[in-house]
Design a protein around this ligand. Structure first.
Ligand SMILES: *Cc1c(COP(=O)(O)O)cnc(C)c1O
Length: 405
């Protein structure tokens, strides 16, 4: 996109540029990485891998965690461990990053896209229930989609933007229809649902430590579960399914999906700072909310009623009529001032990569995709920079007044 080229150009030229979200590296990262280099433990075995896994498990209150090369790899393996097979179907929200839908295709199953709910923007439990009750039937103990006759194999709610899905009705549906819940908690680390950490709300959860997430290892992910057999199987599959480490005997096809010790060292240092990062994200959100609440045509992101949000990616809805500019026009105007913003993802049922799949009443996602814009919200964002973003958003109102005259 021309506007992001512009933003990148500004960053390179050293002119003022306020990025959407960049990593914050200010703790023990240097010390821990140096320890890897000093001790020669740089690859996928090493003390930081074990430590990162056990610290993430402890943080979430879960029994087991298996570190992976990415969140997408974690999803791929979680689907296999959950028993999703070729030609099965998995319920995925349409408004999320493409990774969970891709992972469903990696195991040669098919996503069924379900809409999100209009106030929380998360997977809509009512539509999930409706789909399962009205569009599916049981045959010989197997739940099948009437339209395709395929087996429904799992529910894959993705918590987006630092908030959580409304998990009680989703888990109730999972119990009722005997489906495992695979949480995509990539954007949800640190969020809490009814007193329970996001990432400990399903049978298995996947995390991401990609560069734009609330904590990062550069690239990385994690599979989290209380089930020991599932954890063992996940570890096996992520390490090339090696049955005999001496003779190199492999009983099945596995993957090279293990996180390295250097990356895990970054992760350990980042995790120490997670509570501070969450506080800062919430502070930024509160500042945005308090000012933008009164701006006609801008709807600030609200805290979900059922939990505690990290506000990982602060997002507003832009009503073109009341604000005077639509979200994309606003994006371009801000880019011209060196302020990077971004719409939410193209809903997956409209994505050329996934558009052939069934979509269950996805109109809310389409509206959110049209109106939503994520604002700069790096942990390191200064008060001055945030002021500048807010000033630029308030200028939009004058556009509106002028065009109304
Ligand atoms: C980031 C992300 C992932 C995983 O991404 P990786 O880059 O593979 O770590 C998965 N799902 C969602 C919703 C994400 O935002």
């Amino acid at each position: 996109m021309a506007e992001s080229m512009d933003a990148a150009g500004r960053a390179l030229a050293g002119t003022r540029f306020i990025p959407l979200s960049v990593p914050e590296i200010r703790g023990n990262e240097w010390r821990y990485v140096k320890e890897c280099l000093d001790t020669n433990w740089v690859s996928s075995a090493g003390p930081f891998v074990d430590r990162f896994e056990s610290e993430v498990a402890r943080y979430l209150g879960a029994r087991h965690a298996v570190a992976t090369t990415s969140g997408t790899a974690a999803l791929h393996v979680a689907l296999l461990v959950a028993g999703v097979r070729p030609d099965d179907e998995v319920l995925v929200p349409t408004l999320t990053f493409v990774a969970p839908a891709n992972a469903v295709r990696y195991v040669r199953a098919w996503p069924v896209f379900v809409d999100v709910e209009s106030t929380s923007w998360q997977m809509d439990p009512t539509k999930v229930w409706d789909f399962l009750q009205k569009e599916c039937y049981w045959r010989a103990g197997v739940l099948r989609n009437r339209r395709t006759d395929r087996r429904i194999a799992a529910l894959l709610p993705a918590h987006i933007l630092g908030h959580s899905c409304d998990m009680d009705p989703l888990r109730e549906a999972a119990r009722r229809f005997d489906l495992p819940v695979i949480e995509d908690a990539s954007e949800g680390l640190g969020a809490v649902y009814q007193g329970v950490q996001v990432g400990h709300l399903g049978k298995v959860a996947c995390l991401s430590f990609n560069g734009n997430k609330i904590i990062t290892t550069g690239g990385g992910g994690m599979i989290v579960t209380d089930d020991e057999a599932w954890a063992t199987r996940a570890r096996h599959l992520t390490t090339q399914a090696k049955d005999d480490p001496v003779e190199f005997i492999h009983s099945e096809i596995g993957f090279n999906y293990r996180l390295t010790n250097v990356q895990a060292a970054l992760g350990c240092a980042q995790l120490e700072q997670l509570p501070a990062y969450i506080r800062k994200k919430r502070q930024l959100a509160e500042e945005y909310r308090s000012v933008l609440n009164g701006v006609p045509g801008l709807t600030p992101m609200l805290e979900i009623p059922w939990g505690f949000s990290t506000f990982w990616m602060y997002t507003v809805l832009v009503d073109a009529n009341d604000y005077g500019e639509d979200s994309r026009k606003l994006l371009r105007r801000l880019a011209g001032k060196g302020i990077e913003t971004r719409p939410l993802w193209q809903p997956l049922h409209l994505s050329p990569a996934h558009s052939g799949n069934q979509a269950y009443f996805c109109e809310v996602a389409e509206r959110l995709n049209r109106d939503a814009l994520s604002l700069p919200c790096s942990v390191g964002l200064t008060g001055e920079d945030q002021r500048e973003v807010i000033e630029a958003l308030l200028e939009g109102q004058r556009f509106c007044v002028r065009s109304a005259l």
